[in-house]
Design a binder for this molecule. Structure first.
Ligand code: TXA
Ligand code: MG
Length: 334
């Protein structure tokens, strides 16, 4: 069942659903999450089941904004140790599209953490998720575990309709979706591992390495073998049914020229203006990274829904502001 988040009683109903161990499709500024009470092991297990996600892939725990802005106190019930640079990141970017991996307190969120001795924590900026987190906490829900609300390995959802599409087989009593409109950021949060005494970038997003380094006052390391596993870091992820291929504008034009009028079952997403047969479905890629990120997953879904077999995408420009978009496209193409 989908409820409009601005309808009277909708947030309250969703909070009650969480407190009773149910699943909620929750809008955030990044993507929609499939939410459950992080303190309820069987509710958290139903997230893994609904997604078809391996149970050792940890989930992010979402918390409401800190009272009086005391982020250290806000994460204390979840995290054993919170380095100063992590608190600085919270102060700079929370509420917002940033997830921090922290050493986990043994007594909390074991199932949500997929058995890792760390926990991913985020305070989302979306007013609907904030209202839901506050209302749920009043009903005894300490935090809300939520991965992106898509089947494992598939394209993340940025509208309530995408969530309904992904979980069409779940009955009304199994999933309550809160419609908070299209997600304004559009790709998942930047993830920084803060559990090893230095900041390590686990997943690029719209908060850039330069912004993170400026706040931490130290270099942001790249992921290495010692880093904890993250499914957003699997080589193949975010995959539509059609095969995605990344190319430069020139390569794209030659590929279309070779096919000429024979070009069928192809969709193109490019900044460059291309000559192509009328059978080719074309979508223009926005010139700026934030606009592209905002529409990216919806565009992949739309192009996929036309029934094309191939989606040819122009390589995004160089530059750190495109890192998040480039990362999602490379995984969609892998
Ligand atoms: O923007 C977002 O982060 C969205 C919204 C709903 O908040 N959530 C999201 O969740 O993208 P998910 O589960 O699709 O991706 C979270 C990533 C996964 O790759 C997971 O493995 C990683 O975060 N992760 C979570 N907790 C972790 C931990 N303790 N250690 C290592 N990786 C962790
Ligand atoms: Mg995901």
């Amino acid at each position: 069942m989908t409820l409009n988040a601005s309808d009277l009683g909708a947030i309250e109903a969703a909070a009650r659903c969480l407190a009773e161990g149910g699943l909620v499709g929750m809008p955030t500024e990044t993507v929609y999450g499939l939410a459950a009470d992080a303190g309820n092991a069987s509710a958290v297990r139903s997230i893994f089941e609904a997604k078809g996600r391996p149970s050792d892939h940890p989930l992010i725990v979402h918390i409401p904004p800190a009272e009086g802005g005391d982020w250290r106190a806000a994460v204390a019930p979840l995290a054993r140790e919170v380095p100063d640079f992590a608190v600085a990141l919270m102060q700079a970017f929370w509420p917002g599209p940033l997830t921090l991996i922290l050493p986990r307190r043994p007594e909390v969120a074991a199932v949500a953490a997929g058995g890792q001795d760390s926990v991913g924590v985020r305070c989302p900026a979306h007013p609907v998720s904030q209202a839901l987190l506050v209302a749920a906490r009043a009903l005894g829900v300490p935090g809300v575990a939520a991965p992106s609300a898509n089947r494992f390995g598939r394209v993340s959802p940025t509208t309530a309709a995408h969530v309904a599409e992904e979980f069409a087989d779940l009955g009304d009593e199994q999933l309550l979706i809160l419609d908070g409109g299209p997600c304004p950021v559009g790709i998942e949060s930047t993830i920084v591992d803060c559990s090893r005494g230095m900041p390590v970038l686990m997943r690029p997003g719209m908060i850039t390495p330069a912004q993170i380094e400026a706040v931490c006052g130290q270099p942001l390391r790249a992921r290495d073998e010692a880093a904890p596993r993250a499914s957003g870091t699997l080589e193949s992820h975010y995959a539509p049914r059609a095969k995605v291929r990344l190319m430069d504008g020139k390569q794209l034009q030659s590929a279309l020229d070779v096919l000429g009028a024979d070009a069928k079952h192809i969709a193109v997403y490019a900044r460059t203006t291309l000559r192509a047969a009328r059978t080719v479905v074309q979508r223009r890629m926005p010139a700026d990274a934030a606009t592209c990120a905002q529409e990216l997953f919806a565009v992949l879904r739309e192009l996929d829904a036309t029934g094309v077999k191939l989606i040819w995408v122009e390589n995004p420009p160089e530059g750190a502001d495109w890192d998040g978009v480039r990362d999602r496209l490379q995984r969609a193409a892998a």
